[in-house]
Design a binder for this molecule. Structure first.
Ligand SMILES: O=C(O)c1ccccc1N[C@@H]1O[C@H](COP(=O)(O)O)[C@@H](O)[C@H]1O
Length: 202
């Protein structure tokens, strides 16, 4: 079964929707300055309201590794999604500070980005187009990646089925595609999960 990550959870109401619809992962944007940013303290509070089994993920952009490690170690998050320019040296420093799960995100605009993902030392990799822009990248660039990956970027209930059938990702990740007027939309979340399960069944 394809796993599902809903990102950009920022209100108690959103957590309520997540607990009803039950994706595998719930993402909190902990990088400062984005529309969906929440503080570490608020992420901790929201994460504690998640039903058991829904894994909290923190999204960071070039955050000092000590800060990322602290939130993994204190249980605020279980996975750190690194969405900036973090390189192998950064990953190695972070791995010295924590045994928490690391997911490196690659913004795909060339085959080189996909090749970098294939040999990355992080536990998990994500292929995306940007930082929650609602836009897809050219999926044909990702053919032959050679390892499991999370697929993100512009996924919504209308295209996630095609994405699964064509790309066979381990997990699909969405934020803009389950929002209306900038806020999480319960019906779109439900429709997204339904579209994923239907593609899995075909
Ligand atoms: O969503 C954000 O604001 C964000 C900020 C900083 C880094 C990453 C961010 N979002 C990530 O992008 C994917 C895809 O988003 P979308 O579906 O295209 O809107 C999202 O799930 C986050 O992982």
């Amino acid at each position: 079964m394809t796993r599902i990550k809903f990102c950009g959870i920022r209100r108690e109401e959103d957590v309520g929707y997540v607990n009803l619809v039950r994706p595998d992962y719930a993402g909190f944007v902990l990088a400062p300055g984005f529309r969906r940013t929440v503080s570490a303290q608020e992420a901790g509070r929201l994460s504690s309201l998640l039903d058991e089994g829904i894994v909290p993920v923190g999204v960071f952009v070039d955050e000092p590794p000590e800060n990322v490690a602290r939130l993994l170690e204190d249980g605020t998050i279980s996975i750190a999604q690194l969405h900036g320019m973090e390189d192998e040296e950064y990953l190695s420093r972070l791995m010295d500070l924590t045994s928490g799960t690391l997911m490196k995100c690659f913004r795909v605009s060339s085959r080189g980005d996909v090749e970098a993902a294939s040999c990355c030392s992080a536990d998990l990799v994500m292929l995306d187009s940007g930082t929650g822009t609602g836009k897809a990248f050219d999926w044909s660039l990702a053919e032959g990646l050679g390892r499991d990956f999370f697929l993100a970027g512009g996924l919504d209930p209308s295209n996630v089925g095609e994405a699964i059938k064509r790309m066979h990702p381990t997990a699909v990740d969405t934020s803009s595609g389950i929002e209306t007027d900038g806020f999480k939309d319960y019906e779109k979340m439900e429709a997204f999960v339904k579209a994923v399960r239907s593609a899995d069944g075909e």
